[in-house]
Write a protein that binds this ligand. Structure first.
Ligand SMILES: [Cu+2]
Length: 363
């Protein structure tokens, strides 16, 4: 197999190509006959220094509420693009993406809508890609119907039967590899009456990155097949990089209500999602809209799953978004919710704010 002879740069590609071809047999997902050649050729092309793209999905980058309307046909255009982006401060990684960002675009439809999905795999891609929407009732969530070779466009349509917040992801073998490299996003299927109105809605997704080089290594790092299959990530990220939600915080003002659409791409780690210093006034576990629960501190969210949390911010300050499996903070996983406005000492009063300003405590 030609792909195995690629020198150096991305050893996993060679392995992945073999595994993809092998697994394709039992999954019944035929790959292009020249997949190996394509990988070999593309690996050489990418050996040159690539420009670094901004793969970060901003937390407020999502469409607003749909409002009251009857069922419609809705078009969703996805493009799978493989790009090098910033993974951490001084560290870059070759991501596989939907629409050049991690996570992919936030899709918003209404229950009863017919959703027309078009997926184009970019001409410069090395790999086949597709999309499996968890909001779909139908084979593979659309994976086979969208399995596209580089340069190819595929599509299907589905009726959104169940309201809720759903993950979508690439499901091309090796599926865990495609997800680990950044291929996930979410679709919200609004119930007929919509969701309760809030002042700010945010889009946050958690994932893991498996690299050959140890956490913190500078320069372009390579994906690791061994660490992926043994579930030992070097990095944990919100919205594409360790810095994404530190440099681009969620923002609100005292007295406003906030909603976070939170999902886990994974591929492997369940998140114990928590906002330090806040309580979720309302929480929709597993993103089922049949709730909500009230007064929740931490919400468990599995890979390929989601949660929705609503809360009012009452006190100014920086609130840290974490997975309460807190070792993951040391591997990059944290974000900031910045709340501005007047102090509210009836709710929170610091006896020595000058000294607190010097403190590094509280995470
Ligand atoms: Cu893919």
């Amino acid at each position: 197999m030609k792909a195995l002879k690629i020198p150096g740069r991305r050893p996993l590609l060679a392995t992945a190509a073999v595994i993809a071809l092998a697994t394709a047999a039992w999954l019944g997902a035929p790959l292009a006959a020249n997949a190996g050649d394509k990988v070999a050729a593309a690996a050489h092309a990418h050996a040159a220094v690539e420009p670094v793209a901004n793969v970060v999905r901003l937390p407020d980058d999502l469409p607003g509420p749909i409002g009251k309307r009857g069922p419609q046909r809705v078009k969703v255009d996805l493009e799978t693009v493989e790009v090098t982006g910033d993974l951490a401060d001084g560290t870059t990684f070759h991501y596989w993406t939907f629409n050049k960002k991690v996570p992919g675009p936030f899709v918003r439809v209404k229950v009863g809508d017919t959703v027309e999905v078009k997926l184009k795999n970019h001409d410069d891609s090395m790999m086949m890609h597709n999309v499996d929407f968890h909001a779909v009732t139908g084979p593979g969530g659309g994976a086979k119907a969208t399995e596209a070779a580089p340069g190819e466009t595929r599509g299907f349509e589905f009726k959104a039967l169940n309201p809720g917040l759903y993950v979508y992801h690439c499901a091309t073998p090796m599926v865990a590899q495609h997800i680990a490299n950044g291929m996930y996003g979410m679709i919200l299927v609004e119930p007929e009456e919509g969701l309760p109105k809030v002042d700010h809605e945010f889009y946050v997704m958690q994932g893991e990155i498996y690299t050959e080089q140890a956490f913190g290594t500078k320069g372009l790092v390579e994906e690791s097949y061994d660490k992926l299959v043994s579930e030992r990530p070097e990095y944990f990220i919100f919205n594409g990089s360790t810095e994404a939600l530190k440099k681009n915080p969620l923002k609100a003002k005292v007295g406003e209500t906030v909603r976070i659409y939170f999902g886990v791409g994974g591929p492997n780690y369940t998140s114990s999602f928590h906002v330090i210093g806040e309580i979720f006034d309302k929480a929709y576990p597993l993103a089922s809209l049949s709730g909500p629960l009230k007064d929740v501190q931490t919400i468990t969210t599995p890979p390929g799953g989601a949660s929705i949390v609503d809360f009012k911010v009452e006190v100014p300050g920086n609130y840290i978004l974490v997975d309460h499996a807190l070792s993951r903070v040391e591997r990059g996983l944290a974000g900031i919710l910045q709340v501005e406005g007047p102090q509210n000492e009836a709710i929170f009063k610091d006896y020595n704010p000058q000294k607190s300003a010097q403190s590094t405590g509280g995470h």
